[in-house]
Each structure stands twice: as C-alpha cells, then as structure tokens.
Design a protein around this ligand. Structure first.
Ligand code: PMP
Length: 289
C-alpha cells in the first residue's frame, strides 16, 4: 500500500482526497515543494522547509506545523513508502471555504498534503545534455513564491515539449530569467553567471548549492541578469533543479552550443554536485562522473 500525509496523519494514499472547495483546487491558493530523495534520505531538506515556510508566509498562510514536525512526518512517510530514490511532493493550501476571492475568516485550517514519487536520476540526459527553446516570460511578478499557480510555466514547458525539447528558457524582453521549471546558467569567459534571486525567478535550492560549490572550488561566479545575446554567445549553458540537478543544455532553438556536447565547467560542477549528494545522502550507485 502507498501512503500519503494529510493534515498531520499518514493515511492510505487512495483515501487522501481533496474537497471541491479547497482553495488550492479552486484558485491555486497555496504553495508547494519538491524534495529529492537519494538512498532513502532527503537532500537539502532544511533549505526546502525554509523556502516552504517563507513561500506560505508571503501569501499569508501559516503552516500549522513546525519545520521539525514536518521533517519528522516526511521521514516517517519515506520509511512507510520504502522510498529509495525519488521525490516527495508537498503542498499547503489556504484550506476549505465557500468560494470567494477574499481570504476566509475564522477557523479555516490550511490543507497540508505530501506524497512520494519513485524516480531514478536522469543519467542519460545528465551525460549527453538536453535541448531548449526560448519563450517570452509571461508570468506574474512574484516568481520568487513557489506558488501552485503554474499556468505560465506549463504553457512554456508544453511549447518546449511540442518542439521535442526538454526545457523552455524564458526571457523578459532581452533579459533571460529562468526555465519553466529550472534556473538557467551560462559560462562566459570562464565565469558562471545566473540571474540574481529576486522577484522574477525562483530562488532555486539547487542554484544555491551550485553557487556555493563554485565559491568553494574557485570557479568564478556572478549573480546578475544576462541578455539573450549573452546566452547565444555563451561558452556553456546548463540548467538546475531538484530533479534535473546540474543539466547541460546543448542546443537552443536548434542552434548547438559547443558543437552539442556538455562543457568542462558544467561537467566539473556535475561531479562536485554528486559529491555533495554523497556527503548528505551516502554513496551513489550510478554516477555521471
Ligand atoms: N525555477 C522554477 C520556475 C522551478 O519550478 C524550479 C523547480 N522547482 C526551479 C527554478 C529550481 O528550483 P529547485 O532547484 O529548488 O528545484
């Protein structure tokens, strides 16, 4: 049997049902996290919980559990579901109330749900890289909130998929922001560059791990807005996310980057990232490097 966490209780997943008047279901009025599991252990769990609480607070939702309680409940869920490699999906909504745009008053409790998804590392793509398209960033101006409202992201990803690509790299006019579900990095004159973490992008946990790895390993790094022209002329391009880790981008809009092979700095960071996983979660069986 598969289990899910619903409002603090671990229950049969098939019994974890949402009311039609849950505000997450009706308005996307909530926030979420995806946490990667390696060797049955949660990677960067503290950072994910911190962002979860921050996202919720920024839309006025108070999670009815402490971070410690959350991490203990997730741990129990992992064990019950016997998850070795995969993800935990967790979301909190403003709760169940008669449909009204205005926030409900009174004792409406947030709905908190978490469940597990089995999934291996995308080793083939990590080795050979992925293709991307470009698309205008049509999303709202609070992309720093990990909101359940993902229509802009979905439309971008769908467009990429229809063109046989893995990711859509979004830009506001001339400025590159982020992927539909990832952060974007370029290498220019040996320097790693990625958009600063402001309201226009999600402050990726993977992005922050990569920035730290760069600093610790004397790889020059800069957080700043970069242009479409800089993306086009980049020596290397890669994207990052919880599920994609450090993923080389080898082609954008049909144009190859570095003749279509992952670059040396990208590969170095992939190796360092694997070491970081091993530090937190134990030895990996299948590795890129
Ligand atoms: N930006 C967006 C829009 C995303 O959906 C994601 C994936 N969660 C990321 C960036 C990367 O964030 P993280 O490294 O925390 O998964």
């Amino acid at each position: 049997m598969e289990f899910a966490l619903l409002n603090g209780e671990i229950i049969d997943r098939s019994e974890a049902k949402v009311d039609v008047e849950d505000r997450g279901y009706q308005f996307g009025d909530g926030v979420y996290e995806v946490i990667r599991i390696y060797n049955g252990k949660m990677f960067t769990i503290d950072e994910h919980l911190e962002r979860f609480v921050k996202s919720a607070e920024s839309i006025g939702i108070t999670i009815p559990f402490t971070s410690l309680q959350l991490s203990e409940m997730l741990e129990e869920l992992l064990i019950k579901n016997n998850l070795e490699t995969g993800n935990i999906y967790m979301q909190v909504t403003r709760g169940i109330a008669p449909r009204n745009h205005v926030f409900p008053t009174g004792n409406v409790v947030p709905t908190l749900v978490a469940y597990t998804i089995k999934g291996v590392r995308p080793l083939e793509s990590l080795k050979s890289g992925v293709k991307a398209i470009l698309t205008e960033d049509i999303r709202w101006l609070r992309c720093d909130i990990k909101s359940l409202n993902l229509l802009g992201n979905l439309l971008a990803k769908q467009k990429a998929s229809e063109q046989g690509c893995f990711e859509a790299i979004q830009h506001r006019g001339d400025d590159v922001t982020e992927g539909s579900s990832s952060n974007i990095f370029i290498v220019k004159n040996g320097m790693v560059i990625t958009h600063e973490s402001n309201n226009l992008i999600l402050k990726g946990i993977t992005k922050d791990v990569i920035l730290e790895l760069c600093i610790k390993n004397n790889i020059q790094v800069q957080e700043r807005t970069f242009s479409l022209a800089e993306l086009e002329e980049a020596e290397e391009v890669f994207l990052s996310s919880t599920t994609s880790e450090v993923m080389p981008v080898i082609e954008i809009e049909g144009k190859k980057i570095r003749a279509g092979v992952p670059g040396p700095i990208t590969q170095k960071l992939q190796g360092l990232f694997e070491k970081e996983i091993e530090k937190q979660c134990g030895l990996l069986v299948n590795k890129v490097y």
